[in-house]
Design a protein around this ligand. Structure first.
Ligand code: F6R
Length: 617
């Protein structure tokens, strides 16, 4: 996810911006840039690749752009994680209006950028990138009269989506104006200097005095002070908080581990993955120029997911959603098996390699096998430019940002969201869902980020109370039915990976065919019991395991009173569509695994024997 920073003070801005961007590198990026204002001029340097490339470009004079003399003391910087538009220098930020007077750096997505671009073009704006972000610079420049702050307040009213940005204008050389909707933004207050950035590490070396910017607010940043405005432009009081984090804690956003931070980033990851693909409201758009051509979906007779580990579980969810909504047969294959099995696959098959990293050797091998046999191959991945993207006919990107914790969390929910989106788009193309039902599901999907946010509030405490009584158990069994099965499998994998506790996971109907023999009074059984057409059957299976003395922890749907009488503990998730609730159900299971690992004194970020990217067979 992109990182943004702005500085205004009395020291050379270039150094401060570059050092700040280095502290934001952990967010992941593919290109970077800065704009500096001095002496009635704004100069901008951008480069594809890492910050060393940007520094080289600056040292080269940035292709004719010399370091400003006297050195600029105000500027903005950006690390870009591409979403709209290829990785290229012209798509890197900062972006500016046609006259180069207003420069912006943006994190997030402007959903109505196409409509805005058309109307700004009609007014004479000349666009130089393929990004959604550039509209913000043109919009501010078009609306500007004589006050950047009030212009940004008005511009914010025109923008749809979720983003944070910082704007700088030649007309007001001593002020930066930033705004936030959903994406993070924080202000740093120094002595005669101020900072604004996506995250505290960007300026922690200079100040520990921080002001939080809330959703929908605008911040006017000057060297000698900061003013925070609400969406109507009215000034707000905001306390300055002192942060006592060390650098490492700061990188983790104040969380004790990356895994916990990433669990808390799931609402964001979902919003980034879902929102602009559902702008139409009554359907889904997966097309992305040069990345994914929807003609790949035409005439498909079967979908095959190939993947490993957590990504395989996302494929399993894809099977439930695509079969139910789009009426297409789906196969889900463990990539390491598929590639050596001589699979029967051909031109009307859509083979989708799901891989967070896009570098997993077995998934790449399976995709290659399918391609050689004439199938259309799509990569569903989180990493731009990864090998899977180069080997595929089209790419569907999850937009979860860099995931550092070895155990996949936010990338998994983003994968689930994307397979749901794919299922809905296939259903739409095939006419297998009534338009009202399609629109209802699109609405439900769009609400997921908010539901995850709600769910996470107060959840840790509840989960820790459960972990307190079960953390020493030597074996856990996870069960579910229907779309709950992939979640049971994923919950069990998470616990295994980071706690080294033995787990098994089964479709609950399989219990009687063997695994029930494992149960006794010491066994915690985790049941995914969210709303579903087969919930009554899940409850029967729960009663069966309890009859063997096992203790059941159930994830159920808020408002459903039928589950609690059958179990020892319930963890409720907000109500949604029965196909989507399992996505919510994985969140408490991630946290349960996490709290058990912590109680066992383990570091969940670096589980033994595991690597984040498995580039060997
Ligand atoms: C589990 C986990 C692994 C990966 C698997 C595939 O938390 O991270 O099971 O899901 O190694 O990796 P990718 O998705 O990069 O292909």
């Amino acid at each position: 996810m992109c990182g943004i920073i702005g500085y205004v003070g009395s020291r050379p801005a270039e150094e401060i911006l570059l050092a700040g961007l280095r502290r934001l590198e952990y967010r992941g990026y593919d290109s970077a840039g800065i704009s500096l204002l001095a002496d009635g001029e704004i100069q901008s340097v951008r480069a594809v690749g890492n910050l060393d490339r940007l520094e080289e470009a600056l040292a080269d004079g940035g292709g004719g752009v010399a370091t400003l003399a006297p050195p600029a003391t105000i500027g903005i910087g950006h690390t870009r994680w591409a979403t709209h538009g290829r990785v290229s220098e012209r798509n890197a930020h900062p972006h500016c209006d046609s006259a180069g007077r207003v420069h912006v750096v943006v994190n997030g997505i402007v959903e109505n950028y196409m409509a805005l671009r058309e109307s700004l073009r009609a007014d004479g704006a000349v666009f130089s990138s393929e990004t959604d972000a550039e509209v913000i610079a043109h919009l501010i420049a078009t609306m500007y009269a004589d006050d950047l702050a009030s212009t940004v307040v008005r511009a914010l009213g025109e923008l749809e989506g979720f983003f944070a940005f910082v704007a700088m204008s030649l007309d007001e050389p001593d002020v930066l104006v930033a705004a936030r909707r959903e994406c993070p933004l924080v202000v740093g207050r120094g002595d005669g200097e101020s900072f604004v950035a996506s995250a505290v590490p960007a300026f922690l070396a200079h100040t520990r005095s921080v002001q939080i910017v809330e959703n929908g607010e605008v911040v006017v940043v000057r060297a000698d002070g900061v003013e925070i405005l609400d969406s109507a432009g009215v000034a707000l009081e905001r306390e300055v908080t002192r942060i006592d984090w060390d650098e490492e804690t700061a990188e983790k956003g104040g969380y004790e581990t990356f895994m916990l931070k990433e669990i808390h980033e799931q609402a964001d990851a979902l919003a980034e993955t879902i929102n602009d693909r559902t702008v139409r409201g009554d359907g889904v758009d997966l097309a992305e120029e040069g990345v994914f051509d929807e003609s790949l979906l035409h005439g498909v007779t079967r979908v095959v997911f190939v993947a490993c580990g957590t990504a395989y579980h996302a494929g399993l969810m894809g099977r439930y959603a695509i079969e139910e909504w789009a009426g297409l047969p789906v196969e889900v294959e463990i990539a390491s098996e598929y590639r050596y099995r001589g699979p029967i696959v051909g031109p009307t098959d859509l083979v989708i390699g799901i891989s967070q990293s896009g570098e997993t050797a077995d998934t790449l091998g399976a995709m290659r096998t399918a391609r050689e046999r004439g199938a259309r191959v799509v990569a569903l991945t989180n990493v731009m430019g990864s090998q899977a993207t180069r080997d595929a006919d089209g790419v569907l990107y999850t937009r979860a940002g860099l995931e550092i914790g070895v155990a996949a969390t936010k990338t998994f929910v983003a994968q689930l969201a994307l397979v749901y989106l794919l299922a809905l788009r296939l259903a739409e193309l095939r006419g297998t869902l009534a338009p009202e039902r399609l629109a209802e599901l699109v609405r439900a999907l769009r609400r997921l980020p908010q539901l995850v946010e709600e769910l996470l509030g107060g959840l840790e405490e509840r989960i820790d109370r459960i972990a307190e009584w079960c953390w020493e158990a030597p074996f856990f069994l996870y069960i579910g039915r229907h779309a709950g099965v992939p979640i049971a499998l994923e919950g069990a994998l998470k616990l295994k990976e980071i706690s080294y506790v033995s787990t098994d996971a089964y479709a609950a109907g399989e219990m009687k065919h063997g695994p029930i023999a494992m149960l006794d009074e010491s066994t915690p059984v985790v049941a995914v019991a969210t709303s579903s057409p087969v919930l009554a059957k899940v409850l029967n299976n729960i009663d069966e395991v309890r009859a063997r003395g096992a203790k059941v922890i159930a994830v159920s749907t808020a408002g459903d009173a039928t589950v609690a009488p059958h179990v020892e503990a319930t963890i409720e998730v907000p109500a949604s569509d029965p196909m989507l609730e399992p996505l919510l159900a994985v969140v408490p299971l991630q946290l349960l695994a996490y709290r058990i690992a912590m109680r066992r004194g383990l570091n969940p970020d670096q589980p033994r024997n595991l690597a984040k990217t498995v580039t060997v067979e």
